[in-house]
Design a protein around this ligand. Sequence first.
Ligand code: ARG
Length: 457
Amino acid sequence: MEKMWAGRFQKTLDKTADDFNSSLRFDKRMYAQDIQGSMAHATMLAAQGILPQAEVDTIIDGLQGIWEDIDAGKLSFDDGAEDIHMFIEAELTKRIGDAGKRLHTARSRNDQVALDIRLYLRDATGAIIDGVKEVIKAVVAQAEENADVIAPAYTHLQRAQPISFGHQLMAYAMMLLRDISRMQDAVKRMNLSPLGSCALAGTTYNTNRALVAEKLGFDGVTKNSIDGVSDRDFCVELLSAFSILMMHLSRFSEEIILWSSWEFKFIELDDSYTTGSSIMPQKKNPDMAELIRGKTGRVYGDLMALLTTLKGLPLAYNKDMQEDKESIFDAIDTVGMCLRVLAPMVATMKVLKENTYKAAQKGFINATDLADYLTKKGMPFRAAYKIVGQIVAECIEKGNVLDDFPLESYQKYSELFAQDLYEEIALETCVNKRNSEGGASPKSVREQIKYVQQCLK
Ligand code: ARG
């Protein structure tokens, strides 16, 4: 295919250089956005009297035909084209002749590409948000079912305090809600039309940028033509939001991996989300969770790649910026896949409540509650804390747990100890009484679930 800019040159582009330069293999996914943008631009050109209405009608019909043919798989992308913008313009001219050559009036590929990415990311982010909602729904369903399941919670990966297992799960729902609001926030800032910035300096034509913006569902237009074509902040912002989201998915995956190990056995993953080993017949591996954890590094890499590409670029457009697409598209694809596999994996996992309960019985995780028992009877917390520490040490030495340490032995430490202490430090009591706002009790878990469901509406 002859280059549109061939007139300026005596020789054609070297084949390897041409392949190197072309972005069609990855920007072709923006064909619908490119066509939509061109339609809005052409409509504006007619409305402003820059092009005759009849010609614009021909342009729009032609673009519609190309769109349908690509959708239907009837038109394949010509590898010779430099990018999706050139491909569609050339195809249009092939189909409708001279009118096609007028479409690029008062426009540059620089503002065109900036527009296309914004349109593409707006939709793609919507799909990611929907994917996050599916994970939240799966988490909430599990939390609901396991609100009364008692489990140990950890700090330093040491058993710390007893909680409702649903409480641990709902922590992830809260993180994911923040992820959604971060993405929505980024889209808000992104939703301005750069079209009309042209190459970098705007244009002498009497364009109507607001009309194009309105047709494409933007909230307004960008206010400086150089910024309009140079800005990729919205890609960086989204990549940051995706990176934080992946960090959350990775922490969740790490716990799923731990919980499904024989050392914990808090959950059993469904067969359809686990794999076997090629040599060890007994293995059931949590590959999906491991891949999500692993792919987190890849999404961080996409963020770092783009930040590094943009750093030091002089204004306005530079070809380096073509590198934005592979990073952001890779992140979109990767995050989307992770969400699609995580939601059903969480929905189908089984919580083994006998095991979480057994784990909660060991490790003195009701020691804080024993100290609180003394404190509620009038002893200062620090003094109570010290005594309970000594009791734990004696229990460990004698092979007791707090629940079967005899009352006479307790009373050697303090006269405040009475028979009711055993009821106070029972795991059920410890969990059910943690009713402070956002606390670990089943009642609190149910309130959190209500809150999250409200947010999802
Ligand atoms: N394929 C290019 C990109 O993705 C489109 C913009 C090209 N502009 C230019 N002046 N070469 O960035």
